[in-house]
Write a protein that binds this ligand. Structure first.
Ligand SMILES: Cc1cc2nc3c(=O)[nH]c(=O)nc-3n(C[C@H](O)[C@H](O)[C@H](O)COP(=O)(O)OP(=O)(O)OC[C@H]3O[C@@H](n4cnc5c(N)ncnc54)[C@H](O)[C@@H]3O)c2cc1C
Length: 350
């Protein structure tokens, strides 16, 4: 067997929350042949997929069956096309694109995690998403037990959604993808906080390398940098997806925007980044429901700057985080009639 399979391994170090129980079986690999061999050998077992665990809350009861942790792989750049394996750390793709003078991924600098998860989630930051860059994705398909290529025309992307989250793709494993970038600047940088950083540091928002520096500094300031080797707060970034609200709720929620934009400007930003003018910030919803930055419950806390980041403090377990998640959902529903859905993936029994 190409990949080493271990029994009863704690999954805490495999996630950014640093909570959760044990994997019955755990294999870490960067290669397709190993993944397929594992799937054949453990055909009867339930399979869980992890990249770098930066968007996953794993139950304290652990995960039955086989957990495959896909980390590592190759990046090939050919003209404007980047072909990349699923286990590659996403930011290495951004770095490669910038080294080759390619635009289209730079605003997604330093989003933690693997390429496979980036596609599964459809990662987004500062007005860029991975979805529109994708030419094709190769997956291992459970029905045929074969590797198939899905072309751009068969793929649909929306705010933090990909077809890989649909029930018909359950059990599919993303193996690699081709991303098409551009030799010319595409998107304007429209985020005021990032533009302020550019001004302050005298960086040029129309230069590719400066843009990366602007985004990294903006992310540093927002507490949005994480990697398995950087010790930062234990979070999964934004815990909840931005919800859509009805027209009556819209202006009341937008009133919690503190950037000084008018309601119409915020609606325009919502349309650009969330696909709908009424997709409001989940942080604004939480503020409207009465939650506060820095609020804490025993060993779970809302980040001091961004209350969408739920932090696991020392001694926290997955059940504590789950309880806070449910509490926030219940209060937002009770007070505002708004359903907040986790962006974080919940694995195992809660
Ligand atoms: C500090 C911080 C900041 C963040 N900022 C952002 C941000 O700005 N924008 C943003 O979009 N996200 C952000 N996130 C969330 C996170 O970085 C992304 O969701 C990222 O894509 C997760 O990658 P991962 O490899 O760690 O995923 P994991 O948590 O390991 O997995 C996430 C999901 O992807 C699935 N998956 C993983 N690999 C594969 C595969 N090969 N095939 C099929 N499914 C797979 C898993 O089964 C799971 O359901 C942030 C997280 C943190 C901790």
């Amino acid at each position: 067997m190409g990949a080493d399979v271990k029994n009863n391994v704690s999954l805490r170090p495999y996630t950014s929350f640093h909570v959760g129980g044990k994997a019955e079986l755990l294999a870490e690999t960067d290669n397709e042949a190993n993944i397929i061999e594992l799937l054949d050998t453990y055909k009867e077992k339930q399979v869980w997929l992890l990249g770098y665990g930066s968007n996953t809350l794993i139950s304290d009861k652990g995960l039955p069956g086989l957990t495959i942790c896909i980390r590592g792989g190759d990046i090939k750049v050919n003209e404007t096309m980047i072909i990349v394996d699923a286990g590659v750390w996403w930011d290495n793709v951004v770095k490669a694109s910038i080294e080759h003078g390619l635009w289209g991924a730079e605003l997604m600098s330093e989003i933690p995690g693997s390429v496979g998860a980036a596609l599964f989630i459809n990662i987004t930051a500062y007005g860029q998403s991975i979805g529109p860059l994708v030419e094709w994705v190769e997956i291992w398909e459970p029905k045929s037990r074969k590797v198939v290529r899905i072309s751009k025309d068969e793929l649909t992307w929306s705010y933090k959604k990909s077809i890989f989250q649909l029930p018909e793709y359950e059990g599919s494993i993303i193996l690699r993808a081709a991303l098409k970038l551009s030799k010319a600047l595409k998107e304007q940088l429209g985020y005021q906080k990032a533009l302020d950083v550019a001004d302050e540091l005298n960086l040029d928002a129309t230069s590719l390398t400066d843009r990366r520096a602007i985004i990294i500094e903006s992310r540093e300031r927002a507490g949005s940098i994480w990697s398995p080797t950087i010790k930062n707060a234990n979070t999964v970034g934004s815990f909840f997806r931005n919800p859509t609200v009805d027209e009556n709720q819209l202006d009341a929620i937008i009133a919690f925007d503190e950037t000084g934009k008018t309601n119409n400007q915020v609606k325009k930003m919502n349309s650009v980044h969330g696909g709908q003018h009424n997709r409001v910030s989940a942080a604004h919803v939480m503020l409207a429901a009465g939650f506060r930055r820095g609020q804490s419950w025993k060993n779970v806390k809302l980040n001091d700057k961004n209350l969408l980041k739920i932090e696991a403090l020392d001694g926290a377990n997955a059940a504590d985080i789950y309880k806070v998640m449910r509490h926030i959902q219940d209060v937002c529903m009770e007070k505002l009639g708004i359903k907040l859905e986790p962006e974080a993936q919940l694995f195992g029994e809660f």
